[in-house]
Design a protein around this ligand. Structure first.
Ligand code: TNX
Length: 503
């Protein structure tokens, strides 16, 4: 079990010389009458069906030919996402206080079941799960990814695939950058032109697209089934050209702007002194908040170079209470840290200039760690990478992993850090394959930085667990970048069935 290729690495693993045979005599038992635990059991059963082509019943009525159980047991007194997994030859006990904790533990269990490709399934009627005990809980409460669906639009099937992968690596927040100069991607019923006009463009000039409110709800629910919280972002007062193309009064300069399909930033702004602009924002925040069960609403606030500093401050101070009024915690890029605000606001660290986050931390704000030099998934791996930008850095797979959110910046005390998020900006990518090339394998490293305590992290150890993710990558058809800094070729010889394989 200790040699299993788990990502993120669990806090404590104790081996036992035993193994659990997973086969058609196995069933899953959950707390009866507790829907959410049963939901997690059903999720596990469905995933085993897909991966191992094995039907494992959940809480079956009769158990005549069932010999072994996987038990999801509610155990009070544990933390929200904490779980304990005890695997012996006759049972698997998964303990947690919440269904969310059970869901995280289920991912560990999924990773412990050998993955094999479809053509070899028939040879393996029994899947051998290594015995032992795992006690585990996350280092950070926020372990996130961000998709920029504004520069290029990605439809909900693409986002669902990303959510599936995030869930497998225990990430729990997906931030959606829903609006930018090049496109508006979420239907607002009280302002329909935002999508009728603003949703039609994207970088490069191709047709854009947008999520209807129904589609957005479907995404929120899909994420929720995986215990992932959606964080919607409406970027303002800059990054608003698409909004002003739809409703020209918003920019206050008396001109109707042209749709923008280039890659520049920092040229658009809202009219910060017009009450109707705040009425517009109120409607947008109200409608999106009503569709979003999660606690956060992201107001962007970055790169507002076309907004004078005093106007920027005035604007942010008016928008923050609107977000609160609709029941959400305001989040913004680190520039919001320069404005005098209450400590409930979360600032997302992205720039190398630390003055903004330092000011945010002084004000008692929580900081979400996404430093561009380390955590930006849109930074190219190296100078020959096919996609991505490199204004902050080239970020090879090892560099993406070998930093500590805890100590990255001396300005930010550990207690102020909410967690880690890896943003994927989409100026240079327009298909799911291109998205996957930038996101994988680096996203897995961020998942581990968010979950595993610093003392347990090591690149040498991590890369050997990373190479053993390839069966999972292959099964989901993830077009990852096979970086030469990772010894992928050795992966096959490490697969669990390799030694006793006869062909
Ligand atoms: C900076 S990061 C931006 C984005 C760009 C990104 C490209 C941030 C808050 N703003 O508008 O897409 O760089 O790497």
């Amino acid at each position: 079990m200790a040699s299993a290729a788990l990502i993120p690495k669990p806090v404590r693993v104790v081996n036992k010389p035993a193994a659990f045979p997973l086969d058609h005599h196995t069933a899953i038992f959950t707390e009866m009458g507790r829907d959410t635990f049963t939901g997690v059991g059903l999720f596990l059963s469905q995933e085993i069906q897909k991966t191992q082509n094995l039907a494992i019943p959940v809480n079956p009525d009769s158990s005549t030919d069932l010999f072994r159980g996987i038990y999801l047991i509610q155990t009070p007194g544990m933390e929200q996402e904490q779980y304990e997994l005890a695997i012996s030859s006759d049972s698997i006990l998964l303990r947690s206080a919440t269904a969310e904790g059970a869901f995280r533990g289920v991912q560990t269990l999924r990773q412990l079941i050998p993955h094999i490709s479809n053509d070899t399934l028939a040879e393996y009627p029994v899947w051998v799960i290594p015995g032992g005990t795992i006690q585990d809980e996350p280092t950070f409460e926020y372990r996130g990814g961000m998709l920029d669906v504004a520069r290029h639009f990605f439809d909900i099937s693409d986002v669902k695939k990303y959510l599936d992968i995030m869930a497998y690596y225990k990430m729990n927040y997906l931030h959606l950058h829903l609006t930018d100069d090049q496109g508006w991607r979420i239907e607002i019923t009280s302002w329909p032109k935002l999508t009728e006009i603003g949703g039609q463009t994207e970088v490069g000039g191709e047709a854009g697209g947008y999520y209807t409110q129904e589609a957005y709800k479907e995404l929120v629910a899909y994420a929720g089934d995986r215990y992932i919280t959606i964080v919607p972002e409406v970027d303002m007062p800059g990054h608003t050209n698409a909004a002003s193309v739809s409703y020209p009064f918003l920019n206050g300069n008396g001109k109707t702007p042209k749709p923008y399909t280039g890659m520049r930033v920092g040229f658009s702004t809202l009219d910060t002194r017009k009450d109707t602009v705040y009425q517009f924002i109120d409607d947008v925040v109200r409608e999106i908040s009503a569709l979003t069960p999660g606690p956060y609403f992201h107001i962007g606030g970055d790169e507002s170079h076309a907004t004078p500093k005093a106007e920027y401050e005035y604007f942010i101070k008016r928008v923050v209470p609107i977000v609160r009024k609709h029941g959400k915690i305001p989040m913004g890029w680190d520039e919001v840290g320069t404005v005098s605000l209450d400590a409930d606001v979360v600032a997302q660290y992205w720039q190398q200039d630390k003055a903004n986050v330092a000011r945010a931390a002084e004000q008692g704000m929580k900081i979400l760690m996404s430093p561009a030099k380390k955590a930006y998934l849109d930074m190219s791996y190296d100078s020959i990478s096919k996609f991505g930008l490199h204004w902050a850095a080239y970020i090879p797979v090892d560099s993406a992993y070998t930093w500590s959110p805890e100590t990255y910046s001396s300005e930010i005390p550990r207690a102020a850090i909410l967690g880690v998020e890896a943003p994927l900006w989409s100026e240079t990518i327009s298909t799911i394959e291109e998205l996957e090339y930038l996101a994988f394998p680096r996203l897995l490293g961020y998942a581990e930085l968010g979950w595993t305590p610093p003392a347990e992290r090591s690149w040498e150890d991590y890369k050997m667990r990373l190479i053993r993710q390839t069966p999972y990558f292959k099964r989901l058809d993830i077009q990852f970048y096979p970086s030469q800094r990772v010894p992928w070729m050795e992966a096959d010889s490490l697969l669990p069935w390799h030694n006793n394989r006869t062909k």
